[in-house]
Structures are given as structure tokens and as C-alpha cells.
Design a protein. Structure first.
Ligand SMILES: NC(=O)c1ccc[n+]([C@@H]2O[C@H](COP(=O)([O-])OP(=O)(O)OC[C@H]3O[C@@H](n4cnc5c(N)ncnc54)[C@H](O)[C@@H]3O)[C@@H](O)[C@H]2O)c1
Length: 448
């Protein structure tokens, strides 16, 4: 097809994106620190109490056309996203605390802000969760569903979704629950049939996060995963996502240390600077830190955090620079710091003729303050994908890798971890679905 023809086709696709009319229901699995900070934050923004800082969907712009065109609308004015005033929250948790109580316990937002939002936050009470301590050793859930097998539990979640659907126009689900133990794909994950049989026989290979994801995808509901759990990264759920036009994306919010890594590592590679070691350590005192103090949950997180450097550095292409990197990651549970994580990175690099140098990064961050806008953006973009004809049935939305430590890709494709390539991919996807020209950054036309 000619370029002209392609643009015409894209413009026609854009006109077919269903408008974001009515209420968007957001079902959050796990109403802990990240979830309550997102929900309270959305309400604070709706009331004009604060700005949605860190959210690309709310504050970001997108350049259209040439640099000389001076056309950079807000992303939310360019693509039809749900308005924050139309977002309605509900969720599940293994504890009975309402969102106000849980937010107060998490101690991320100050008492004054929470007091202002209390009447609203108190109205959001968790539904009983699907939980099994085998998969998260450090937690003892009290507000949980019981059923004759995992299929029965999935059906109870489906009933929750169907009941919520009656009150809103569209639904998206996001996992903000704890990190489960490390699991690898097994036979039960290979097809929808095997998975459904496994639900009936209580297969040990199916953790709660997969039961929620199965329920969502069965109902045509997009699913995002904020934790590093295996969850939808299996053939059965990828197949279900495509079959029911329920978009999915990668996993594990890219917030602090990995965010910095995927900014710095591409810079070293771009300049052909070598790296011999990268030591990352963290202290963290919230409930997430407590769960990650348990070796099997830590292993899940470690795997997710380790991947990025290897993919960015491509040691097979640059053996002289990156073949012998010693990469180590530590997470230490340290209660006094609560949600205010401190991360240190020591990076041993080398330059011209192999001379060594060091870089130290000390990030004093706030975990949930960084994660909340990511959770919000994922929800809003997945809802957009569900309304977009060219995206809704492709399953994995690779363009959302920008937000995730472990991007998900089609089989055989390596994941793209470089934050700036991810950002370009995201924005070009938005241009593409709206029928606008892609931006290649070639720029020779300015010198004709
Ligand atoms: N904050 C960040 O920067 C960040 C970054 C990347 C990933 N994450 C991940 O996001 C998740 C949430 O983080 P958090 O700081 O809010 O943790 P948190 O411990 O405060 O909240 C998790 C909540 O999930 C609930 N839960 C656990 N299992 C559940 C189940 N099966 N069903 C329903 N609820 C369940 C817990 O009771 C808890 O309330 C964690 O897995 C964490 O690793 C967080």
C-alpha cells in the first residue's frame, strides 16, 4: 500500500476507536500501598487538591508533524482516554480494611490529605480475595473466598466482575497485590484447555494471580500486572487474551532502581563505554519489603530486576564491553524507612584503553508515589487498547513496556528495555492508531 493509502487506512481506523463514554470501572487486586496511593491520588486530582505528577496520560504531550509545526497537544486531548471523573474503583484484598484504613496503615500520604479524602476512601471496601499462603508465605489472609476448587474460585471472581459490570460501562483489572513465589511455565500453562483442567484439579502451578487474570480475560476485561509474578506470561492466558479481545501487557512497575538502570545503561552503550560491575542494593520497610524478605518471593523480584541489563547491553554483540559484567541485586527489609525506599547503585565502568571509573547513584525515593501514576496510566491505556480495533485482539500490548520492569513480547522477540526507545514506541503507537505521521527523528527535510 502507498504511504498515502496507509495514512488513509490509519485515519479510518482512528475514526473507529470507540469513544470513552460513560464510567470506567477499575478492579484492583490488592488494596495496599500502591493501590491506595493511586485511588487517593485520583480523588485528590479530581478535587483540585493536587496535580497528577508522574502521569504521562494526564500531563504528557505528544509532538505531531514537523518541529516547525508547533503542534504538541496533551496526550489526553489527542487520544480518547477515560476522564478521571469517570473512573470508578473497586477491588479485592485479603484484609477487610477499607481504602482509607489501608492508606492510613501504608503511611504514604500525610494525615491531612487522607483526612480530606476520608469520606470517599471509606466507601471503597474490598471484596473477599482469592488467596493461598503457599504462594505468599509472609501473609496470613483473613478476608478470603472458599471454594471446592480453583475453578470454583475463578467463577466467584467472574461473578464479582459481572456484578461490577452492571454499575459501569467498561472494566479494567490491575494486580497491585503482593509478589508471589517464583514459578516457571509448566504443562498446565500451555493451552486454555490444559489451564481450565488445572483449575478443576487444583493444579499447584496455578497461583491466585492467574485465577484473577483468567477471570478477567474470560470476561473480556484487560489485565495489567504490577508485580513480577508469572501471571499472564504463559501461552494459555495469551491465547485467552486474544480470543476475548482483552489486552494484556508486561509485568512489574518500573519505578525506582530499574527505572534508573534503563536510563543509564543505554547511555553507556550509546557511548561504547564498558561496564564490569553493577551492584544494586535497597532498604525498604513497607509490607512489600516484608514480603520480599522471603526468599521465594525475592527470587521472583530478582529475576524481573536482573533481565534489563543483559538485554540493553547485548553482550553477544559487544563482548569487549559487557561480557563479564558482575550484576548483583539486594533488597533488605528495614522497617524504619516504611515506603521511603533508599537505593544505592555502584557502577564500575571503563573507558578509552580500558581505564576504570565509578559511578554512584543514591536514590531516596518513595515507592508508591512513583508507582501510583504508572498504575493509573496502565489502566487508562489498556482501556484505550480495548476500544481500538487494531489493538484489542492482538493480546500483548508491547507499547506499554515503558512502564514495566519485565516487558512482555511475542514469542521469539527480545524485550526492549531502553526507556527512551520504549517512550518512542509508546508515542508512535498513539500516532499510529490516530492516523498521524510517525516521527522518525530523521529531520533531513529541515536542510533541503
Ligand atoms: N511500589 C513500587 O515501587 C513497586 C514497584 C514494582 C512493583 N511493585 C509491586 O506492586 C505490588 C504492590 O506493592 P505495594 O507496595 O502496594 O504492596 P502492599 O503489600 O502494600 O500491598 C499489597 C496488597 O495486596 C494484598 N494481597 C496479597 N495477595 C492478595 C490476593 N491474592 N488477593 C488480593 N489481595 C492480595 C495484600 O493484602 C496487600 O494489601 C507488589 O507486588 C510489589 O512488588 C511495587
Amino acid at each position: 500500500m502507498s504511504a498515502e493509502g496507509q495514512r488513509g487506512q490509519q485515519a479510518a481506523d482512528a475514526s473507529k476507536i470507540a469513544p470513552a463514554k460513560g464510567k470506567l470501572g477499575v478492579m484492583v487486586v490488592g488494596l495496599g500501598a500502591v493501590a491506595t496511593t493511586m485511588i487517593a491520588g485520583v480523588e485528590a486530582v479530581r478535587r483540585g487538591l493536587a496535580k497528577p505528577i508522574g502521569s504521562l496520560t494526564q500531563m504528557g504531550t505528544i509532538r505531531l508533524g514537523k518541529r516547525t509545526d508547533n503542534k504538541s497537544p496533551l496526550i489526553k486531548d489527542f487520544v480518547p482516554l477515560a476522564d478521571l471523573n469517570d473512573v470508578v474503583f473497586t477491588g479485592w484484598d485479603i484484609f477487610e480494611d477499607n481504602v482509607y484504613e489501608s492508606a492510613a496503615h501504608a503511611q504514604v500520604l500525610d494525615k491531612e490529605t487522607l483526612a480530606q479524602l476520608k469520606p470517599y476512601l471509606e466507601t471503597i471496601k474490598p471484596l473477599p480475595a482469592v488467596f493461598d499462603q503457599y504462594y505468599v508465605k509472609r501473609l496470613h489472609g483473613t478476608h478470603v473466598k472458599t471454594g471446592k476448587n480453583k475453578k470454583d474460585l475463578a467463577n466467584q471472581l467472574i461473578a464479582d466482575i459481572q456484578a461490577f459490570k452492571k454499575t459501569v460501562d467498561r472494566v479494567v483489572m490491575i494486580w497491585c497485590g503482593s509478589t508471589e513465589i517464583f514459578m516457571e511455565p509448566a504443562a498446565v500453562h500451555q493451552s486454555i484447555e490444559a489451564f481450565e483442567k488445572g483449575l478443576e484439579t487444583d493444579d499447584i502451578g496455578i497461583p491466585p494471580s492467574q485465577i484473577y487474570a483468567y477471570a478477567a480475560l474470560s470476561e473480556g476485561v484487560p489485565f495489567a500486572n504490577g508485580a513480577p509474578n508469572l501471571t499472564v506470561d504463559i501461552p494459555a492466558l495469551i491465547e485467552l487474551s486474544k480470543k476475548n479481545a482483552a489486552p494484556i501487557c508486561g509485568k512489574d512497575f518500573k519505578t525506582g532502581q530499574t527505572f534508573m538502570k534503563t536510563v543509564l545503561a543505554p547511555a553507556f552503550k550509546a557511548r561504547m563505554l564498558g561496564v564490569s560491575g553493577w551492584f544494586s542494593t535497597n532498604i525498604l520497610g513497607n509490607r512489600d519489603g516484608e514480603v520480599l524478605d522471603e526468599p521465594q518471593s525475592f527470587k521472583t523480584k530478582e529475576e524481573s530486576k536482573l533481565g534489563s541489563l543483559d538485554y540493553i547491553f547485548q553482550p553477544e554483540l559487544y563482548p569487549d564491553l559487557y561480557k563479564n559484567i558482575y550484576h548483583k541485586i539486594r533488597i533488605n527489609y528495614y522497617p524504619p524507612r516504611g515506603d521511603e525506599k533508599e537505593a544505592w547503585d555502584n557502577i564500575d565502568i571503563f573507558g578509552w584503553l580500558g581505564y576504570p571509573m565509578q559511578i554512584k547513584v543514591n536514590f531516596l525515593c518513595r515507592d508508591s508515589i512513583l508507582a501510583a501514576p504508572i498504575a493509573l496510566d496502565l489502566v487508562l491505556f489498556l482501556d484505550l487498547a480495548k476500544r481500538t480495533p487494531s489493538l484489542r485482539s492482538i493480546g500483548i500490548q508491547e507499547w506499554l513496556s515503558f512502564y514495566l520492569k519485565s516487558p512482555q513480547t511475542a514469542a521469539g522477540l527480545y524485550p526492549e528495555h531502553d526507556l527512551f526507545i520504549q517512550s518512542m514506541k509508546l508515542k508512535n503507537t498513539l500516532r499510529h492508531i490516530m492516523g498521524a505521521d510517525l516521527i522518525t527523528h530523521l529531520g533531513l527535510e529541515y536542510y533541503d
